[in-house]
Design a protein around this ligand. Structure first.
Ligand code: ADP
Length: 250
């Protein structure tokens, strides 16, 4: 039985854009140290969920708690425990790697000396030790993503949100990114929510949440989700479940 407090608790979360329902009474809990894939086709509601989790939008109904802090009543405290890698690159291209990371450390109020040491150590571990004084513009797409991951983890958040982070990356960069995130889960017990529409990425997760039309269709290990959605491979089950009219397997 799991007795630890969840890193993320989402209860009855709903969000509409006019008539369109993007999230429909979504509930889920993520336990510490788990690597969870949020798998859904385009339009499933993944980005909307991330926008609510990061406080960019306010839900129409429902609750979000991060590390026990309510996004509604204590957003600043809740956000302190979140690190995010956005879908779109969000580094300043003209600043150096070090300056981008220092800016983030300042925003989080990390002490300067400790932040400097952490920046150097994390960049070296990510294979970016020689790039600290280079502008981000000079880096490859894969290395830009690595810098974004270092940035997301710099304040040592309990919850790491990755919003379709491998879009545009080559296979080796994709693999490296998954390995780096896995290493952080193992080292610090970070909880990861990794949004993707790629089944291949979800098969590597400890747990898969299948989102379709704003609702959870299945929740469990890749094997459990495959079985719940009618069997075969996860890819077959996912396609079958998300291509039916009501989003439930025939
Ligand atoms: P995903 O990230 O899984 O592709 P989104 O959260 O972007 O899904 O979208 C969920 C649904 O909400 C879709 O039907 C989409 O068309 C709609 N939607 C998303 N953003 C907006 C918006 N700003 N205005 C209107 N509809 C939106």
């Amino acid at each position: 039985m799991i007795t630890t407090a969840p890193t993320l608790r989402v209860e009855g979360l709903s969000k509409r854009y006019g008539e369109r329902v993007a999230l429909d009474a979504l509930s889920c809990m993520l336990q510490p140290g788990s690597f969870v894939a949020l798998l859904g086709p385009n339009g499933a509601g993944k980005s909307t969920l991330f926008q609510l989790l990061t406080g960019l939008f306010v839900p129409d109904a429902g609750q979000i708690h991060v590390a026990g802090h309510s996004m509604r009543d204590a957003a600043t405290r809740a956000l302190r425990h979140i690190g995010v890698v956005f879908q779109q690159m969000s580094l300043d291209l003209d600043l150096t790697v070090r300056a981008n990371l220092r800016f983030h450390a300042d925003l989080h109020g990390l002490p300067r000396a400790a932040a400097q040491a952490r920046i150097v150590q994390r960049c070296q571990a990510a294979g970016l030790g020689g790039d600290l004084e280079r502008s981000v513009r000079e880096l490859s797409g894969g290395n830009r993503r690595k810098v974004e991951l270092v940035r997301a983890l710099l304040h040592e958040p309990e919850l790491l949100l990755m919003d379709e982070p491998t879009v545009g990356l080559d296979p080796k960069s994709r693999r490296d990114l998954v390995a780096s995130v896995r290493a952080d889960v193992a080292a610090r017990g970070t909880t990861v929510l990794w949004a993707t529409h790629l089944v291949e990425e979800a098969t590597q997760a400890d747990r898969v949440l299948v989102l379709h039309r704003g609702r959870l269709l299945a929740d469990g290990t890749p094997a459990e989700v495959t079985a719940a959605l009618g069997g075969g491979t996860l890819e077959e089950a996912f396609i079958r479940a998300t291509q039916t009219q009501q989003g439930v397997p025939a």
